[in-house]
Design a protein around this ligand. Structure first.
Ligand SMILES: [Zn+2]
Ligand SMILES: [Zn+2]
Length: 332
């Protein structure tokens, strides 16, 4: 099996999508290591982080890495999970288990953590490996393309919702409305929140209203907010988002990359105990907790499907705001 080849997309030379940073190549099917399983990919979600890696906003950690960390597939080799079972591979690939953060239940902050599609090859390929302890068991009765976006967009959005300290029945602002935001909005509405969406994309505003948002506008929300999540990777949105908070409100920045935040004014943006915080990856407990809820009460997952062979087009469309909901690569 080790000599068998597979097709895999790799980031060859990070740069704007127009320069073709993503190329497909043939490479050997990877061999699972100790405690790892080999997964044959059924579907892989397209996350904005993949775009940051392709375009070089996030520096590569190794050369010619395959992106993709919303992977739904089947176990076809290795140890730790039943052969033939369905598994999900997400962003957090491994942690040390021994540092102060791991021991305190904050493995998302482990300085020795590794990430799928950044430190190791991800799911824009026909096969990948993953430590069994970091894979999520997934049900058989849901199509792979509906499960894939839950694995990062869903889980990270869930953590962002925890981090923004939304009070019960509170008013939540959501800035940017892509894959993660459209799942997070539904989770918040299900909890009884009033959700206001701010996004420049007209189609996304329409989707937000369909999913139950109280308002969807291009600029400021219509009332003060108890909490807000910034999904758009745009630092210039931080000051107005802080200004739109009620006293005591919290703004959580959900993304791994943000353009520079302009100068803040203490009185206008922070005083009255407004809080600005980041969201860094997720713990496996976050992942399991979110998937429990999302599989018991499935959200409406809006999908823009692409064949595996068109991963470069999917990322270009994401860069140009042409994706509705979540883009997903399908393997035939
Ligand atoms: Zn992601
Ligand atoms: Zn650690």
């Amino acid at each position: 099996m080790g000599s068998d080849l597979m097709r895999a997309w790799v980031v060859a030379e990070p740069g704007p999508m127009a320069t073709g940073p993503l190329v497909m190549e043939e490479r050997p099917i990877p061999e699972p290591g100790l405690g790892e399983v080999l997964v044959k990919v059924e579907a892989c979600g397209v996350c904005r982080t993949d775009l940051h890696l392709a375009e070089g906003d996030l520096p590569p950690r190794r050369s010619r890495t395959t992106p993709g960390h919303e992977v739904v597939g089947r176990v076809v080799g290795g140890e730790g999970l039943a052969p033939g079972s369905r598994a999900g591979v997400a962003w957090l690939r491994s942690t040390c288990g021994a540092c102060r953060h791991c021991l305190r239940g904050s493995e998302n902050l482990c300085p020795f953590s590794a990430y799928t599609g950044w430190d190791t090859d991800g799911g824009y390929a026909e096969y990948l490996t993953v430590p069994a302890a970091y894979a999520y068991p997934l049900p058989e009765d849901v199509p792979a393309e509906r499960l894939a976006p839950l694995l990062c967009a869903g889980i990270i959005g869930y953590r962002a919702l925890l981090r923004c300290d939304l009070p019960e029945g509170g008013r939540l602002g959501i800035y940017g409305f892509g894959a993660s935001a459209h799942l997070t909005a539904q989770a918040a509405i299900a909890q009884g929140a009033t959700v206001h969406v701010v996004t420049r994309a007209p189609a996304a505003r329409e989707l937000a209203l369909e999913l139950g948002a109280a308002s969807a506008g291009a600029t400021a929300p219509p009332e003060p907010l108890d909490a807000a999540i910034l999904f758009a990777p745009v630092g210039t949105l931080v000051p107005p988002a802080l200004e739109a908070l009620e006293r005591g409100g919290t703004l959580a920045v959900a993304g791994i990359h943000l353009t520079d935040i302009p100068q803040l004014n203490y009185q206008r943006h922070l005083f009255q105990e407004r809080t600005l915080r980041s969201v860094t990856a997720n713990t496996r407990d976050d992942g399991r907790a979110y998937l429990d809820v999302a599989l018991a009460h499935p959200p409406h997952v809006t999908i823009t499907p692409y064949p595996f062979e068109s991963a470069d087009r999917a990322l270009t469309d994401l860069a140009d705001d042409r994706v509705s909901g979540a883009a997903v690569l399908l393997f035939s």
